[in-house]
Ligand binder design. Structure first.
Ligand code: FAD
Length: 462
């Protein structure tokens, strides 16, 4: 982007819209908005923090007129470089727009501004006795708008579904500044195309999400958690399939491989076993009888499939400790190598054992540690490649390993991303995953919604 598009006159105009204090251009502010949770970065020319949908609309009118790239941003926890302004322009964080607007108990739906932190919405509903299931591990520091823009998942998604299954309506601002509402509270609606679900997962490339209406449900009466210890990773893979076809109906089924276990143990000293290749953390829920019967089946099936030990949490505190270990993996990996590339591939769960074997082969072929953990129950693994970005030779090997991971996922009937989105990092592999015709149709959709290519340009497609 050329600097003159953000002339002093344009900056004055933006300051008049949102207020002078909400237009940032000091070097330290620009650096702070240069990153997401990947290892990449690029500086914006300006950061503009709108406080209302009307302000977003006016900012977009200016940007569209001046052809200034707009990169929407929630909390910057994304793992595909989606909120990094590689072409410069304006980063537009929605974080000032964080109000919970309405809890409609009759329809069991809630409406919030896009910048609300997801766990704050879930906690507000829990205080009223309700349950908002989509629970990305980042739910305490990511936004509902960011979750909708990436179609975020989480551990509960195995039984309860992903963000897109809960969003019923959106308010968005289009590239030219027009405000549009799509969807609604009626349970059934096939009037025209389903624009809500076109926007879900669109990664800020089609419109800015300003308001989100989600449905919520009643919570399960109780939960039970088990930790199954497997000397052999391959046995853990087989146990996943056996549990899923056992009738136990787990609500969460997560895997930690030996490097994840060691990394968390070195960091938190929880007493995790260091002589095994995998731990499965599994939860069942429902009424008391259902949850207890479910976890008994889980324990039995894991033992039959090679678990050395299965521990069922006796108290909610023990259960929380088991989940604490799983949720601490990502953060603990920085202690092993300075950088990590967290992938997000999915496969049908029946081929998880084959996927795990193939990831191990890729790790050996490229001589790189690849940590395996994730939402094994729904076939969504997060192989994390650990490396040192300062070593160009090593980074070349990382790129080779990433290509192999994606090829294996597609070959096994899966996809490049289960929940983090394409962003920039998976862009080169889009055609391999979707085929040229589907990519062309997606590019035409982008062209129709954003003819000047100002909304998050360069994300998903070149
Ligand atoms: C430790 C850790 C654990 C994580 N665990 C999970 C997990 O379990 N499941 C999961 O799905 N993800 C997970 N993530 C990834 C990330 O938290 C999610 O992708 C999350 O949805 C991003 O929300 P955000 O508010 O941080 O958005 P950002 O990172 O700021 O943005 C993400 C993308 O959405 C776009 N965007 C953001 N807000 C809007 C908006 N209002 N309108 C239009 N576009 C917008 C951005 O342009 C960008 O393309 C994890 C990340 C970390 C760091």
């Amino acid at each position: 982007m050329t600097e003159n598009k953000l002339s002093p006159a344009v900056i004055d105009e933006l300051e008049a819209i949102v207020g002078e204090q909400y237009v940032l251009n000091s070097p330290e502010d620009l650096v702070a908005y240069s990153y997401d949770s990947t290892f990449t970065s690029a500086r914006p020319n300006l950061v503009v923090l709108p406080g209302s949908t009307q302000e977003v609309s006016k900012v977009l009118e200016v940007a569209n007129r001046e052809l200034i790239p707009i990169v929407p941003r929630g909390m910057g926890t994304g793992l595909s470089a989606g909120s990094i302004p590689f072409g410069g322009g304006i980063v537009l964080p929605l974080t000032r727009m964080d109000r919970l607007l309405d809890i409609d108990l009759d329809n069991m739906m809630a409406t919030a501004e896009a910048g609300i932190i997801t766990s704050e919405l879930a906690d507000a509903l829990a205080r009223k006795g309700y349950f908002y299931p989509p629970d990305p591990s980042s739910d305490h520091y990511s936004t509902l708008g960011g979750n909708a823009a990436c179609n975020a998942g989480g551990a509960h998604c195995l039984k309860y579904g992903i963000t897109g299954h809960y969003v019923v309506a959106l308010e968005v601002v289009l590239a030219d500044g027009r405000i549009m509402r799509v969807g609604g509270k009626a349970t059934k609606n096939v009037t025209g195309y389903d624009l809500v679900h076109l926007l879900i997962g669109s990664e800020g490339t089609l419109a800015i999400i300003t308001e989100v209406t989600v449905r919520f449900i009643t919570p399960p009466e109780t939960e039970r958690t088990a930790e199954a210890i497997f000397p052999k990773l391959a046995d853990a893979g087989k146990a996943i399939n056996a549990v899923l076809s056992s009738g136990a109906k787990p609500s969460m089924l997560e895997i930690m491989d030996e490097t994840s276990i060691k990394s968390v143990e070195d960091y938190l000293h929880l007493g995790l076993p260091l002589d095994v290749e995998a731990i499965l953390v599994i939860q069942t829920d429902g009424d008391e009888a259902e949850a207890v019967r479910g976890i008994e089946i889980v324990a039995e099936v894991c033992r039959q499939n090679g678990a050395r030990d299965v521990r069922v949490a006796a108290t909610p505190e023990e259960s929380a400790e088991m989940w604490h270990a799983r949720h601490s993996i990502s953060g603990s990996l920085g202690r092993i190598r300075p950088n990590k590339l967290g992938e997000d591939i999915t496969v049908p769960h029946s081929v998880i054992p084959r996927l795990i074997t193939r990831i191990k082969e890729i790790s050996a072929r490229w001589n790189l540690p690849i940590v395996i953990f994730g939402h094994a129950g729904d076939g969504n693994l997060h192989p994390n490649i650990l490396f040192d970005k300062r070593d160009p030779e090593e980074y070349e090997r990382v790129e080779g390993a990433v290509g192999d991971l994606f090829r294996v996922a597609v070959e096994l009937g899966g996809s490049l991303s289960g929940e983090h989105g394409v962003g920039v990092l998976k862009r080169p592999y889009l055609e391999m995953a979707l085929g040229p015709v589907a990519v062309e149709m997606q590019k035409r959709i982008k062209q129709a919604w954003d003819p000047n290519n100002i909304l998050n340009p360069g994300k998903i497609f070149v």
